[in-house]
Ligand binder design. Structure first.
Ligand code: TYM
Length: 334
């Protein structure tokens, strides 16, 4: 609890090109929850170097992402928006938690398996212990709730296991966090293969809507989206492509699946795809405009980055000191 409010933590990687999945599965919920909780939203740049990055390009991407948080509607005066690498406690706690995490647990992580298959020439130790750094991110702030997409649930479960293990040895040190999964949009699928998650690293650019795509591109990609020959607009297992489009439309408009099915009853796929494309473009165009305005104001962004890193450092230190004491480190003379 901070000032009688429960704590929320979440983060996003600054690599690749962010997709509609990142927006609907995470960012949109962050904004919705931001009044209710004391929020920490981190640009998790330390996670990103588990894959090789070009330094100049990476620096810019991280800045773009930080500005995107604000453009999406997160007020940086009320929400702690910061770069993970600016707060030393993340790495310090991660090391300690590494000593409370088993190799077998990390070996089971599906994201590790997927990423090591994709980057077979660089299966580094950071990629393996990535979920421990994520646990440190969350546990550092005594987090109650973590809004994420479905793909991060396994990491959240591991975080809870590590926290419970630590607490069972040393007493009540960590709050046990709960995941928050949105009712819709928690797993947006590829537009070209609706059995696969929409991913920023997909080689086929038509498979994903990028948050930087312009209106025409968005509409064109939806027009090309893979559907089926059933010719009915229904959310059901036999129609994964159409169901994904319904899911996107529902997440964007707040309408239920039944309402969407009713709205497009008797209409063709062409009309439906156009409506989904236009709805998404209507959301992303103003977001892009705000984003580019924010990026132009360097002094404003620098101020936010500095202030919020100090705030995050302050709160994270409280937990870190407690943990250091519990494991038996000698106290630093200040
Ligand atoms: P990342 O950067 O891959 O994704 C950021 C968020 O977007 C969600 N997401 C999706 N949601 C719905 N449909 C999709 N197709 C889709 N693709 C991505 C993800 O679930 C995530 O919520 N390890 C994390 C970053 C992280 C983190 C944390 C998250 C680091 N520390 C602490 C929460 C708490 C990651 O790589 O997310």
């Amino acid at each position: 609890m901070i000032d009688n409010k429960k704590v929320l933590f979440s983060g996003m990687q600054a690599t690749g090109n962010l997709t509609l999945g990142n927006y609907l599965g995470a960012l949109k919920n962050w904004v919705k929850l931001s009044d209710e909780y004391e929020c920490f939203y981190s640009v998790v740049d330390m996670h990103s170097i588990t894959v090789r990055q070009d330094p100049a390009d990476f620096r810019q991407k991280a800045k773009n992402l930080l500005a995107l948080y604000i453009a999406a509607g997160l007020d940086p005066q009320k929400n702690c928006i910061y770069y993970q690498s600016h707060v030393s406690g993340h790495a310090e706690l991660a090391w300690i938690l590494n000593c409370f995490t088993y190799m077998g647990e990390l070996n089971r992580m599906t994201q590790f398996k997927d990423k090591s298959a994709k980057h077979a020439d660089n299966i580094n130790a950071g990629l393996f212990t990535y979920p421990v750094l994520m646990a440190a991110d969350i546990l550092l702030y005594q987090t109650d709730v973590v809004p994420v997409g479905i793909d991060q649930l396994q990491h959240l479960e591991l975080t809870r296991d590590i926290a419970q293990r630590f607490n069972s040895i040393y007493g009540d040190v960590f709050t046990i966090p709960e995941p928050f999964i949105g009712k819709t949009g928690a797993k947006i699928m590829s537009l070209q293969d609706p059995l696969k998650k929409m991913s920023k690293s997909d080689e086929n650019p038509n498979a994903s809507i990028y948050l930087t795509d312009d209106r025409d591109t968005i509409i064109r990609k939806f027009k090309r989206a893979v559907t089926d020959s059933e010719a009915v607009i229904k959310h059901r297992e036999e129609q994964p492509g159409v169901s994904n489009l319904i899911e996107i439309y529902s997440a964007c408009t707040g309408k239920t699946f039944e309402e969407v099915e009713k709205e497009f009853d008797g209409k063709g796929y062409g009309d439906f795809k156009l409506a989904v494309g236009e709805t998404v473009a209507d959301i992303l165009s103003p977001l892009q405009a705000r984003h580019s305005d924010i990026l132009k104001d360097k002094a404003y962004l620098d101020g936010i980055v500095k202030e919020n890193a100090e705030k995050a450092q302050y709160f994270s230190n409280k937990t870190l000191r407690k943990v250091q004491k519990k494991v038996g480190f000698n106290e630093k003379i200040r």
